[in-house]
Design a protein around this ligand. Structure first.
Ligand code: HEM
Length: 511
């Protein structure tokens, strides 16, 4: 056989084998008899998110809305993945049968990327151990201790926006809220008082922003990290850039040295992480001591990884919620007025004092936050990795160990089956009387996830959002900037957290 003929034969064999492999890989769900979305080479069902044309959340929402089946098979590149649509099955996976779905299954290479060794990314026993130890960090007692810190940061925000309201016609509030939330979480998590409102270039803001900026690198890191941990591993994608890791480790080291040498005790998360490092446990409410005779139970790197996750978890999702809440209040003036009256009336009942108790007494405000999280959940999709073979209830579908299952938060939150007029912002749908007797299956809410691996900072997140809204609404009125009037917000397909392409621009009027 001549050389060109030989090369052509080899090429033809390789192409035919590749073709057969792809055909076989893409027939997984058909062979199992499970309804599926037709994939296309090479990205399976996620071409739009791999190419940054849609956010991963939007990609999943389209698949969610394409069918009424309880589950639907998909492919991330060649890997079979299952979208769970039925809330009853989602509840099984997240709550009732959680022992089969403990992992998120994200890739981390902790040798080169120590910040990746955090509770969000950890799996199996390592995660279980960290979660058990960190849960007491967010009790009511501990939150109460952090309340004043957030209010103090809220006062700085109030003064800052008060001034801008006089001097500027329109303000992009997402960035302002992110700077406020960075101040709050830097104080709560690290015990460090900063002012990113006046100094937007502060390192804390710079490195926090860098993690979430919708750059191509970040979107690839995020989408590939979730959709294909194998590729993430292949390309050595990191959880956070090296310079972020170095800055955070240095900050933790310095802070630790200062507190250990000075004996200063602050009622914040850093103190609780020090307890964890020194004693292996977070102590009872009211006990902030860190003294022990034991060897250190946690390295500085581990402490940094957890502190960093609390930091990024604490500012981005909370500030996203604050800005969408302000936007919806501006778009719905009658809702804003009702929220304002709820705040004023509740404060009057509590001697005019904004306290942990009076904040929790603001029932309509709570409904506004719930509705904001329904319409604009910061994380539009969620999922788990199967850790033990599992037969989906009432079906003969077996989910094999290692497979990823996903759910579409915005698919469910915008499904008219569960929420009538889903695009409308109606806080009253979360009224206690309205939801009496309704369970998760009739009214799925997934902004914080669910089950033993739900959001650890749920109550702190809500507290931060409420404090910001209460402090601002008392003196200011939110109005839409001209560019948003009569238009729907267009979401940024490159952002890992729900965000409007235009930002959120509001006019702030003094009351
Ligand atoms: C409005 C604000 C927030 C929202 C909407 C939010 C949302 C979420 C969601 C959807 C998850 C995944 C849950 C799941 O997979 O079931 C999560 C996990 C997590 N969040 Fe939040 N979060 C918020 C604020 C916070 C704050 C303030 C903190 C910390 C101070 C925090 C810390 C965490 C941690 C540590 C995890 C990982 C939990 C684990 O894997 O065990 N979050 N969050």
């Amino acid at each position: 056989m001549s050389l060109p003929l030989f090369v052509a034969a080899v090429l033809a064999t390789v192409l035919a084998t590749a073709f057969l492999y792809i055909q076989y890989a893409y027939s997984f769900w058909k062979r199992l008899g499970v309804p599926f979305q037709k994939p296309s080479f090479p990205f399976g069902n996620f071409a739009a998110s791999f190419l940054s044309k849609k956010s991963l959340g939007e990609d999943l929402r389209v698949i969610y809305e394409s069918t009424t089946e309880p589950v639907i098979g998909m492919y991330t590149i060649f890997k079979p993945t299952l979208l769970i649509r039925d809330p009853k099955l989602i509840q099984h996976i997240l709550v009732k049968d959680f022992q089969h779905f403990i992992n998120r299954g994200f890739h981390t290479n902790t040798d080169v990327d120590p910040l990746g060794d955090n509770i969000l990314m950890q799996d199996g026993d390592k995660w279980r151990n960290a979660r058990t130890k960190m849960s007491p960090t967010f009790t009511s007692g501990k939150l109460k201790s952090m309340f004043e810190t957030v209010v103090k940061c809220g006062k700085t925000l109030e003064n800052y926006l008060d001034r801008l309201a006089v001097s500027q016609k329109e303000i992009e509030v997402r960035d302002v809220f992110a700077r406020f939330a960075t101040n709050a979480i830097a104080s709560i998590a690290f015990g460090i008082e900063i002012d990113c409102l006046e100094n937007p270039d502060h390192d804390f803001r710079k490195y926090g922003k860098k993690f979430f900026d919708p750059t191509l690198k970040n979107i690839l890191r995020f989408n590939i990290g979730i959709l294909s941990p194998t590729i993430s591993k292949l390309f050595g994608l990191r959880f956070a850039d090296k310079d972020i890791g170095e800055f955070m480790t240095e900050t933790v080291r310095k802070n630790l040295k200062y507190r250990e040498e000075s004996g200063v005790v602050r009622k914040d998360l850093f103190q609780l992480l020090m307890q964890l490092r020194n004693t292996g446990n977070v102590q009872e409410d009211g006990d902030w001591s860190t003294k022990t005779n034991r060897d250190k139970q946690m390295s500085v790197e581990e402490m940094t990884a957890h502190a960093y996750l609390i930091f990024i978890g604490g500012f981005e999702s909370s500030s996203t919620t604050m800005s969408f809440c302000a936007y919806e209040l501006a778009r719905n003036p009658e809702v804003q007025q009702k929220a304002y009256e709820d705040i004023v009336d509740t404060l009057a009942k509590h001697d005019g004092q904004l306290t942990y108790e009076s904040l929790n007494d603001m029932k309509y405000l709570e409904q506004c936050i719930e509705e904001t999280l329904r319409v604009h959940p910061p994380f539009e999709a969620g999922g788990r990795q199967c850790t033990k073979d599992y037969t989906l209830p009432d079906t003969n579908i077996v989910i094999k160990k290692g497979m990823t299952v996903m759910y579409s938060v915005i698919g469910l939150h915008y499904d008219p089956k569960y929420y009538t007029d889903p695009t409308k912002f109606i806080p009253e749908r979360h009224d206690k009387a309205e939801i009496a007797g309704k369970n998760f299956v009739e009214m799925p809410k997934l902004a914080f996830g669910d089950g033993p691996r739900n959001c650890l900072g749920l109550r702190l997140g809500k507290m931060q959002v409420k404090i910001a809204i209460v402090m601002l609404l008392q003196t200011l009125k939110f109005e839409l900037a001209d560019q948003h009037v009569g238009k729907e917000l267009k979401m940024n397909p490159r952002s890992s957290v729900r965000a409007a392409v235009s930002g959120i621009n509001l006019k702030l009027k003094k009351r």
